[in-house]
Design a protein around this ligand. Sequence first.
Ligand code: SAH
Ligand code: SF4
Ligand code: F3S
Length: 455
Amino acid sequence: MRENDVIIKEVGAILSDRKRLAYVRSFGCQLNVSDGEKIKGMLKRMGYDFTDDERQADIIILNTCAVRESAEERVYGIIGSMKKLKEEKPSLIMGLSGCMTAQEHVVEKIRKKYPQIDFVMGTSAINTLPKLLLDCLRGVKFSADTGEYDDFSEHTEQVRESTYKASVPIMFGCNNFCTYCIVPYVRGRERSRRPEDITEEVEKLVSNGYKEIMLLGQNVNSYGKDLAENVTFPDLLRRIDRIDGDFVIRFMSSHPKDATRELIDTIFDCKKVAKHLHLPIQSGSNSVLERMNRRYTVGQYLETVDYIRRNDPDFSLTTDIIVGFPNETDEEFQETLDIIKRIRYDNIYSFIYSRRTGTKASEIVDMIPEEVKSMRMRKLLEVQREVSTENYKRFIGRRMRVLVDGESKKRAGYVTGKSDEFIIAEFVGDRSLTGDFVEIEVTDAMNWAVTGRII
Ligand code: SAH
Ligand code: SF4
Ligand code: F3S
């Protein structure tokens, strides 16, 4: 770290008489957004301010996602269109970070085809940004540092996107190797942060007025398994729940194979933990789950759901679904539709399967035409719309606590926010309520939100 301080000073000195505006854009999941906040923190230490307009920027960093092909294509498109910016302003520095850069074939492609990119930094190499920038300022044409580091950038300054909602990564990487997924290859093995570092960060955030703390990991239920100290995810939740202050605790994601009774009991016991669980099922068919290497059956998943619902019939569940996993049959897809109707999720995040080079599933010869996959996707969304509309009616006449996010984009005079159950709620109110908790009474339900009035 001390070495970094020296480099940061050096970069600051070289740049001292230059305009320093940075444009940082993060794609993909909230873990990546959180890395983006650290990248901004690092840039701030080197004297940069920030802009949302890439044309004004003196440095552009695209913090990329590799989870689906569409995510990568978007980034290539943007890099392509930014070539012109560099021609207009040769002093412009352009760098890439995030999950795409952890794939060798991507770095090769960038090196060969996109000379506008000055440097590439890997997913756990945020602390190498000053060094890469220094190389660039000294005239090095292309530098890449994609090595794996055990450094969590602990105590790195962050420039956060929000003043009332904060993401707090508790662990990095994934050991699960679901056959479709690139994440274990680009994020490495599971590494947990020390519980003291996490609670200290949350305490600071809460004392600075943050109202929502989102604990992040690819599989938060594995938290602590790699630590010398005997600490589990439920232990961590209890420790954070004991922190004084008015805030809501959320977490994402939970792998169903590791969602234990202890976890569910902890959610019920802890006052500040939201009564909502995001539990990605991916498919309602045992044969597909096996081909995905998910390591649970639909029956085991249902046991968890039934246990939750016995304790609280209104408990909010959300999930992820992959449509069109290689050679998914009509019957297997039908099983997914059946399970959605049976479980009645409040929301689902659905994706058409995307082939990722290097994963096990990419080796399967897929016989399902793309049109069939799109048709299934439409059917899935249609079924879910019906389920949500029905589901949200259960809140009518009841009270909800909502953290206000600002003016509604859909209805003039309304503000929008998320309830503790993670449901979008809209009601007449002033935008000055942004970042506050308000109590509402629910008066109506639609398929994407509930409507209410402030009590
Ligand atoms: N660790 C999290 C998921 C991270 S990726 C978990 O296991 O829940 C978020 C979601 O993207 C996954 O749940 C999955 O539904 C989807 N996804 C991942 N790889 C995909 C691929 N190759 N094609 C389509 N969707 C994918
Ligand atoms: Fe990917 Fe599976 Fe790990 Fe989630 S648990 S990140 S889907 S490999
Ligand atoms: Fe994408 Fe990397 Fe997150 S692949 S979903 S940004 S962990």
